[in-house]
Design a protein around this ligand. Structure first.
Ligand code: BES
Ligand code: MN
Ligand code: ZN
Length: 507
């Protein structure tokens, strides 16, 4: 899909399909008045009979007769104008692309960047439009036959309209940024969607190496021997049930100069989570190939950061293991000695994510981080609490949490904070070890974070539970079902905000 930017009036553009965004009650604006005139009053008619009123998510496809050079017009509802946001533009661009993908139009024109959104310039609206259509155009088709792949035709060329030629250079670089960012999201989605038979820990490591080879990132991987020598006892406990060797993947982006301490990202990389001896029920177990979505987000974010040349130092750590029941698997009741030296009583082998993260967080200390953020599909309880519409955020530093919440609003990957009071520590006290790996049913997402807190130690730290947001079984405007790539756009927004602040510690 070739995307271009052009200064032109939507009413004078020749195209197979013109995509126009309309706010509710927005029909009085000049553009729609003229459009309506050229359509012989069709717009007003559609509004009057309730067929299209500009509500969010509404779409209507016309074949205009008359003077309009466009062969078709696709109107997309944007909802209330006063509540219009960049994510609204992203969603409108995405749902338009979902519709267009089935229509086999070679060349289409998006007038969406012309829609007014408070506190935005054309470049920001170009970026949101491009992100929406690129993210919506994604498919995981690696295992589909050529015939089926070919039946879906995205437009060859998409032209995005602007109304001021002077803004073109800024808009073109915004478009490039969107392409780089969405390429990184697509990598994260591909990794999540890859089936377990292919996706071993070594496969994840290979993919991380490939990302570093294609960019300025550096990559290092610790295998079974090194992990044993270093004392990654918690991670190795989880890994011992699978014949596939665990890997600790480390990616680095050095864009910030030597004086700056790095931000460290840690992502859960359980390539398949059967639950171990505490075996999961069969229903939907297939979806547990997505249990490395935190790791995928970390790899994707590092790639994006390198491509966008963000002026920061960033380290990504992905502990990659497989959690299976077997004759060599760890058992309920086992006591593991973690890399930090703290001992852990394993009450449920299905609470494996926190075990591998514990060691990865301890390892993060070696980078003397300015702050650490981990992402993990950690608890089913998070889906019960927040459903699929928000990632849970918890942490030991309110300013960091606030900055993440803000990035969530900017990116459309929204977060909701849960408390992390010391009161919850009681639930994970063990009689025989320093801590136990489950806290019972109440507040499962919080007690998992309380466990991690014991390994985050002194540094500023935030934990993102993406159990509900990493995988969707229904299409969203710009999120096709399957792996969502959640975390990449969120963290890039967060890191961009941070890089833009001169006094980073004032965060
Ligand atoms: N990977 C799962 C959590 C999960 C469940 C993610 C559903 C996405 C969808 C995690 O390893 C897990 O099994 N957690 C247990 C913890 C419990 C045993 C304390 C859970 O949530 O049931
Ligand atoms: Mn599990
Ligand atoms: Zn898991």
């Amino acid at each position: 899909m070739d995307i271009k930017i052009r200064k032109a009036s939507p009413l004078q553009t020749k195209t197979a399909c013109l995509v126009v965004g309309v706010y509710e009650k927005g029909f009085a604006e000049q553009l729609y008045k003229e459009l309506d005139q050229q359509l012989g009053g069709l717009l007003h008619k559609a509004q009057r009979n309730g067929e299209f009123t500009g509500k969010k998510g509404e779409q209507i496809l016309f074949q205009p007769t008359g003077q309009l050079p466009a062969e078709r017009v696709l109107l997309v509802g944007l909802g209330s104008r006063t509540e219009g946001t960049l994510d609204g533009i992203r969603q409108a661009a995405g749902s338009a692309m979902q519709l267009l993908a089935s229509k086999k139009f070679g060349q289409v024109v998006y007038a969406l960047p012309l829609c007014a959104v408070k506190k935005t310039d054309s470049a920001a609206r170009i970026q949101a439009t491009a992100e929406g259509l690129l993210l919506a155009g994604y498919r995981y088709d690696r295992f589909l036959s050529e015939k089926i792949k070919g039946s879906r035709k995205l437009p060859q060329t998409v032209t995005l309209l602007i109304d001021n030629a002077r803004e073109k250079p800024a808009c073109e670089s915004a478009l490039r940024r969107a392409q780089q960012l969405c390429g990184a999201v697509a990598l994260a989605r591909d990794l999540v969607n890859t089936p377990g038979n292919i996706k071993s820990p070594a496969y994840l490591a290979e993919q991380a190496r490939a990302a570093s080879a294609a960019s300025t990132l550096s990559c290092k991987v610790l295998g079974l021997k090194e992990l044993g020598r270093e004392g990654f006892g918690a991670l190795l406990g989880v890994a011992q049930g699978s014949v596939r060797e665990p890997q600790l993947i480390v990616l680095e982006h050095k864009g910030g100069g030597k004086a700056h301490a790095p931000v460290v990202l840690v992502g859960k990389g359980v390539v398949f989570d059967a639950g171990g001896i505490s075996l999961k029920p069969a229903e939907k177990m297939d979806e547990m190939k997505m249990d490395m979505a935190g790791g995928a987000a970390v790899i994707g974010t590092l790639l994006a950061t390198a491509l966008l040349e963000l002026p920061i130092n960033l380290v990504g750590i992905v502990p990659a293991v497989e959690n299976l029941p077997s004759g060599t698997a760890y058992r309920p009741g086992d006591i593991l000695t973690s890399l930090s030296g703290q001992t852990i009583e394993v009450l449920n082998t299905d609470a494996e994510g926190r075990l591998i993260l514990a060691d990865a967080l301890t390892y993060a200390k070696r980078y003397a981080p300015e702050m650490v953020i981990d992402l993990a599909t950690l608890t089913g309880a998070c889906i019960i609490a927040l459903g699929h519409h928000a990632t849970a955020v918890l942490g030991n530093d309110q300013k960091l949490v606030a900055a993440l919440l803000h990035a969530g609003e900017e990116s459309g990957e929204r977060l909701w904070q849960l408390p992390l009071w010391d009161d919850y520590d009681q639930q994970i006290k063990s009689e025989v070890a320093d801590v136990k790996n489950t806290g019972g049913r109440p507040a499962g997402t919080i007690t998992a974070a309380a466990f991690l807190k014991k390994f985050a130690g002194e540094f500023r730290w935030a934990h993102l539970d993406i159990a509900g947001t990493a995988w969707r079984d229904q299409d969203q405007p710009y999120i096709p079902r399957g792996g969502t790539g959640v975390g990449v756009r969120l963290l890039v927004a967060f890191l961009q905000d941070m890089a833009g602040r001169s006094d980073r510690t004032a965060l």
